[in-house]
Every structure is written in structure tokens, then in C-alpha cells.
Design a protein around this ligand. Structure first.
Ligand code: CMC
Length: 386
């Protein structure tokens, strides 16, 4: 009862109090627990960022070593989870695979684990879940986790390594993945984080909440946009369409085509993550000896869009998904796995949001209201009279 305010998409509803991530959309500021994203991307490893998000402080050396040790302890997937993976069709989208495996992961431990152990297990398992999904469809043997490697390095080795060989990941690859994961690690109350909180608010398990978040992230308006950006750039190239023509198509509201990787609910001047990624793509591709015409096309498209009245008026700028795909591709990640890379990065953010919600004494079950616009009371007429 009482007045219900109508706020479609919750654009002006604060759904919770949070101390995790700060965004200033006008100034293009993003901070995790007070630390600027630019600072973290340069000066902290992804393991430190995971720890920071979930437990609220940057770890000291001893805390970091203990955390890494616990991750290593839980890095091997239970056999039952691998069996579930094997039972899924090779045609399944990697996001469906990730969501399915996370949903059932908790069922394969036969102890009564505590919340912290569940968190560690999930963080530790996700790199194998992501890599093994790829190995399976590629028909390659799984590579066992390497307990001495960094999170990013171990993931890269499980993706691209030799099942019988030694750990073999270049520093360039490891550093690039580490940075990408950090840039994606949290983004306050976005669709998937809100989903994790929403599910968790009913008292549901961490696994249920995170698998729901993966489902939310898969959508093309959210994390699925990174795959769609590369597909859009390929389509433009293959159709030999001019960028101006593509922009015209986007501007034509009847076309239902959006410029993927552009626009954001909160950022109205620039997305700091896009800025870092554009620079990273510029540096990394030559370092890897990769020439990708998609990167040049993306830059030209950005330029054309930013000079166009339609985008200027609506304050639409490249978001995190606009340049990440060109980097993933240069690193050898298959296009349909781009959004799984987002999962890998965002996981600690979701967990931090879920945990904060669970620890909040003011927290109650998420239950939005509605403005009913349906029929008034009426009677059921017999089927013969309808
Ligand atoms: N291309 C063309 N027009 C756009 C775009 C776009 N990418 N984004 C917004 N608009 C227009 C939209 O049509 C609307 O125009 P009008 O006022 O004439 O109706 C206006 O801009 C406001 O858009 P909105 O849909 O009300 O904005 P929103 O805050 O609800 O949506 C968004 C934000 C990110 C979903 C949207 O900008 C979009 O669909 N972008 C493309 C998909 C994308 O890149 N998603 C990744 C988002 S960032 C990372 C992540 O979450 O994964």
C-alpha cells in the first residue's frame, strides 16, 4: 500500500546501500572500494582485485598468499561437473554451458561447506569451467590447473596449453588477460549484479544466484554486447557497407538495429573502461604481431558516430564492450566465448554484491511493485460462447 512510483528499468531507484563500487557517470569515474580503475589495472593483480572486492581491502602479502593457496586447493573441478559438461551438446552457447555448470557446481561437494568456502570454490572453479567448455568443443584434452600460476596465467594455460606439456604462457598474454579481468570485475547495480542480489535476497544459494547472473549477462544489451560488436564489425566488412550507411541504419528506429558497444545507462561522457581498452588494443595488437582490420574499423566507426547529431544528442559513447572483443580476438579467444570472459572478470563483483546483500541487516526480499494496467474484474464465459 502507499504510493507506488513508476520507474521502468529502475533508472532512478536506489535498490540498496553499497560500499563496493563508485561510478560518476558525468565524469567517467569508476572506483572499486575507493581505488580508481586505472590505478588497479596498472598496479594490482586480478587476485588482489578479487580479494579487494569480496573482502573489502587490498590484501597484504600473507593474506594474498593464503588466498592464492585456497584458490589452488579448489582449482580442480569435481568429476561430476566434468560429466555434466560432457553431456551438453557441442552446439550449446558457452554462456549456457557456464550457467549450467555453475548452477550444479555446489551439488558435487559432499561436505557442509561454509559461505567462504563456497566463494573460494566458485572463484577457483570458474577458470576451469570456462576453459574446459572450450577444450571440449575443440575436441582437445583438458589441461589440469597449475597451482603455481596466476589466475590469468592458469586460465590461459588451461585454454591454450598442451595437456601433456609444461605450463607455457607468455607474459604478454597473462598480463593482458589479467588486466581485462580487472576492468570487468564490478560495476555496481547493473542488470546481472541486481539479478544476483535479487535471487540471493530470497535466501537462495550462492550458486543459484550467480548462475542467474550469468543468464542476465548473456543478453545482447548487457555482456552479450561484446560478441555482438565483433559480429557487427564483420557484417559491415562482409557487406562492404559504408560506415555512414550503417549509422543510418542504426538511426532508423524502424530497423531495430543498435550500435553495439555504444551507450550506457550511467556513463554520459565516456566509459573509463573503454578508454583503457582502446589504448590497450593499440599497444597489444602490434606486440602480439596481430593485424586486425576490425580494430581500425571500430575506430573509424567510433569517429563517425561521435560526430553524428543522433549520438551527440543522446550522449552515447563507446562502452566497455566496444574494444574488448578486438583484444579477445587477438588473444585467440573464440568469438562465442567473449561473454564468458566477462563472466570470469565479473564473478568477484557479483560475489561481493551478493555477500554485501547477505550481510546487510536492512536487507529484505527484493519484491518490486507494479502499476496494474489490465482488465477490471470480469466473469469467465463458457468456452462455447467465446
Ligand atoms: N545505438 C543506437 N541508439 C541507442 C543506443 C545504441 N547503442 N543506445 C541507446 N540508444 C538510444 C535509444 O534508442 C534511445 O533513443 P530515443 O530516446 O530516441 O528513444 C536513447 O538512446 C536512450 O536509450 P535507452 O535504451 O533508453 O538507454 P538505456 O539506459 O535504457 O540503455 C544500453 C543502455 C546500454 C542498454 C543501450 O545504450 C544499448 O542498448 N546499447 C547497445 C548494447 C550495448 O552496447 N550494451 C553494453 C552495455 S555496457 C556493458 C554491459 O553492461 O555489458
Amino acid at each position: 500500500t502507499g504510493v507506488i512510483s513508476y520507474d521502468p528499468g529502475y533508472g532512478s531507484t536506489g535498490s540498496c546501500k553499497s560500499a563496493i563500487t563508485f561510478i560518476n557517470g558525468e565524469e567517467g569515474v569508476l572506483r572499486y572500494r575507493g581505488y580508481a580503475i586505472e590505478d588497479l589495472a596498472e598496479n594490482a593483480s586480478f587476485e588482489e582485485v578479487m580479494y579487494l572486492l569480496v573482502w573489502g581491502k587490498l590484501p597484504n602479502q600473507e593474506e594474498l598468499d593464503t588466498f592464492k593457496g585456497r584458490l589452488a586447493e579448489h582449482a580442480t573441478l569435481p568429476d561430476g561437473v566434468v560429466n555434466v559438461l560432457e553431456s551438453l551438446p557441442n552446439t550449446a552457447h558457452p554462456m549456457t554451458v557456464a550457467q549450467t555448470l555453475v548452477a550444479c557446481l555446489g551439488e558435487y561437494y559432499d561436505d557442509d561447506s561454509d559461505e567462504e568456502t563456497d566463494i573460494i570454490r566458485l572463484l577457483a572453479s570458474m577458470k576451469a569451467l570456462a576453459a574446459y567448455g572450450y577444450r571440449k568443443t575443440a575436441g582437445k584434452d583438458y589441461v589440469a590447473p597449475n597451482t603455481d600460476a596466476s589466475y590469468a596465467g592458469d586460465f590461459a594455460n588451461m585454454m591454450f596449453g598442451d595437456a601433456d606439456g609444461d605450463y607455457n604462457v607468455s607474459e604478454v598474454l597473462e598480463t593482458a588477460i589479467d588486466k581485462l579481468l580487472t576492468l570487468h570485475a564490478d560495476h555496481e547495480q547493473n542488470c546481472s549484479a541486481s539479478t544476483a542480489r535479487m535471487i540471493g535476497s530470497a535466501g537462495s544459494s550462492l550458486y543459484a544466484s550467480i548462475s542467474g547472473a550469468i543468464g542476465a549477462l548473456s543478453g545482447p544489451l548487457h555482456g552479450g554486447a561484446n560478441q555482438k560488436v565483433i559480429e557487427m564489425l564483420e557484417e559491415i566488412r562482409e557487406a562492404d557497407r559504408s560506415l555512414e550507411d550503417h549509422i543510418d541504419l542504426v538511426k532508423d528506429k524502424s530497423s531495430d538495429v543498435r550500435l553495439m558497444g555504444f551507450g550506457h545507462r550511467v556513463y554520459k561522457n565516456f566509459d573509463p573502461r573503454a578508454k583503457i581498452l582502446k589504448k590497450a588494443a593499440d599497444e597489444l595488437l602490434p606486440e602480439l604481431g596481430v593485424e586486425d582490420p576490425a580494430l581500425d574499423l571500430a575506430k573509424e566507426l567510433e569517429q563517425v558516430a561521435l560526430e553524428d547529431e543522433y549520438f551527440v544528442k543522446r550522449r552515447l559513447y563507446p562502452n566497455v564492450d566496444f574494444y574488448s572483443g578486438t583484444i579477445y580476438r587477438a588473444l585467440g579467444i573464440p568469438t562465442n566465448m567473449f561473454t564468458v570472459m566477462f563472466v570470469l572478470g565479473r564473478l568477484p563483483g557479483w560475489i561481493a554484491q551478493w555477500k554485501e546483500m547477505r550481510d546487510d541487516e536492512e536487507q529484505r526480499i527484493h519484491r518490486p511493485r507494479q502499476i496494474y494496467i489490465g482488465e477490471n474484474k470480469r466473469e469467465v464465459t463458457p468456452i462455447s460462447e467465446r
